[in-house]
Design a protein around this ligand. Structure first.
Ligand code: ZN
Length: 149
């Protein structure tokens, strides 16, 4: 099996059986994202305690790429600090937008990075990540108590 097939397997797996695909009660941070070009919608929920992302879940309907991206993102975010999450966003964003960036040493991010060859689908893959950015900045009073100290 080639590397490309492995990546496709991962996308199909997460796209058809998304992880953390549910709402959570009393999230500390949430955000909605909408990609009208494809019809993807996402509602992201985060539970952040002491600057650590304890839980990341999502609801919404979208194509396989956006669903897989949200599912993979939710797994990657668990137990990360807020700044590690920001770093992941940046790494993923660079992977998709900079031609010179070919890999991230993170197999799951690299799998999603395959959409770089299909410009129409890039917005599908980045939708959950932009929602993440919005969510992290949606209620700074909740997170900043720790990072200011
Ligand atoms: Zn889509």
């Amino acid at each position: 099996m080639s590397e490309l097939d492995l990546y496709q397997e991962l996308i199909i797996d997460h796209g058809t059986q998304p992880r953390n695909h549910h709402a959570i009660l009393n999230p500390t941070h949430t955000a909605k994202g909408n990609n009208p070009i494809c019809g993807d919608k996402i509602h992201l929920y985060l539970n952040i305690e002491n600057n650590i992302i304890k839980q990341a879940t999502f609801e919404g309907e979208g194509c396989a790429i956006s669903t897989a991206s949200a599912s993979i993102m939710s797994e990657l975010l668990k137990d990360k600090t807020v700044s590690q999450a920001e770093d992941l966003f940046q790494i993923f964003h660079n992977l998709l937008t900079q031609k010179s960036t070919t890999g991230t040493n993170n197999p799951k991010l690299d799998a999603l990075g395959g959409v770089k060859d299909y410009p129409m689908r890039i917005k599908c893959a980045t939708l959950p990540w932009h929602a993440l950015e919005h969510a992290l900045h949606s209620d700074p009073s909740e997170v900043n108590t720790e990072s200011l100290s």
